[in-house]
Design a protein around this ligand. Structure first.
Ligand code: CNA
Length: 280
């Protein structure tokens, strides 16, 4: 006989079934995986959305190809396009979305095992998610260093450099290499904290993927590390990766703030969530 995998969710692949699963206390170790789509409503463009994405609007930078702006070998020859973009993306200019507050709420309720983010905007921290719950898989603007000798560079000088769009160089006179924020470029390896935590999805009892095209490896493999019996929820404008291919995958397609509100409402948490977001 054909092997039919048992269903974990009771009541089908719906928002209500996920809410019941959480309310019944079956989700105590939730992993969240996110990308640029959770920050677009804050005013930060994503990469790949047609027309509105950054890649669609890079023509003014005269790049040989869009991804070059985050390519380490291109940066070594021409760092200016990155600094033009950095001025737009630099933390401090944007307010977290209700989706970021939802992650904070999961953490407050003691249900968040880990939040894996590809974002470099620090909005999850700004929303109050504790640092030890966050894996910034592609680094962040929190630190900066020389690309040649790796010496750290002072934060206040970096801020000044970004503001003036004046490409900073290593302060060691014998080096003077280019300095860049410690965000992961194409051609660079991911931080240790990613590799140290990538086993966690296999221990999770619920996985929520939000606002990512799941196209950048190795991050894109994370949802696949969840056990077959772990329900996975996708809250995204479009279906991505292998999400939807398992019997307990639930797709909530559309805007992620709207999807998060639907889920919070089914959980009876909507007022609490709106209040939490308001005070952020
Ligand atoms: P991406 O490839 O641009 O994909 C974004 C995904 O989110 C797409 O599937 C969109 O359909 C979806 N999306 C966009 N807006 C919404 C919305 N309002 N509601 C629901 N879904 C939406 O971005 P990824 O993060 O997947 O790509 C990985 C890159 C993008 C990482 O290296 C990031 O560092 C990088 N990035 C980060 C930021 C940021 O920090 N905010 C901004 C732009 C790019």
């Amino acid at each position: 006989a054909e092997h039919v995998p048992p269903r974990t969710l009771d009541g089908g692949r719906t928002v209500e079934a996920i809410a019941k699963y959480i309310r019944d206390g079956k989700a105590k170790k939730i992993v969240v995986m996110s990308g640029a789509g959770i920050s677009t409503s804050a005013g930060i463009p994503d990469f790949r959305s047609p027309n509105t994405g950054l890649y669609a609007n890079l023509a003014r930078l005269n790049l040989p190809y869009a991804e070059a702006v985050f390519d380490i070998s291109y940066f070594r020859t021409n760092p200016l396009p990155f600094y033009i973009l950095a001025q737009e993306l630099y933390p401090g200019r944007y307010r977290p979305t209700i989706t970021h507050s939802f992650i904070k709420l999961l953490s407050d309720k003691g249900l968040l095992l880990k939040h894996f983010t590809q974002n470099i905007d620090c909005l999850e921290r700004q929303a109050g998610v504790p640092g030890e719950k966050i894996v910034e898989a592609h680094g962040s603007f929190a630190r900066q260093s020389c690309v040649v000798c790796k010496s750290p560079y002072p934060a206040d000088r970096m801020l000044e450099a970004v503001r003036k769009m004046d490409v900073p160089h290593c302060l060691r006179p014998e080096c003077e290499g280019l300095v860049k924020p410690e965000i992961v470029f194409f051609g660079e390896s991911l931080p240790d904290e990613f590799h140290d935590n990538k086993h966690l999805p296999s221990e999770a009892d619920l996985c929520i993927v939000m606002g990512t095209s799941l196209t950048v490896q190795p991050f894109a493999s994370l949802p696949g590390f969840c056990s077959e019996s772990t329900p996975r929820v996708l809250i995204n404008l479009e279906q991505v990766g292998s999400m939807g291919s398992r019997p307990d995958d639930v797709l909530i397609l559309g805007d992620c703030d709207a999807g998060v509100r639907r889920l919070a409402s089914a959980l009876g948490w909507l007022d609490e969530l709106e209040a939490l977001w308001k005070e952020t």
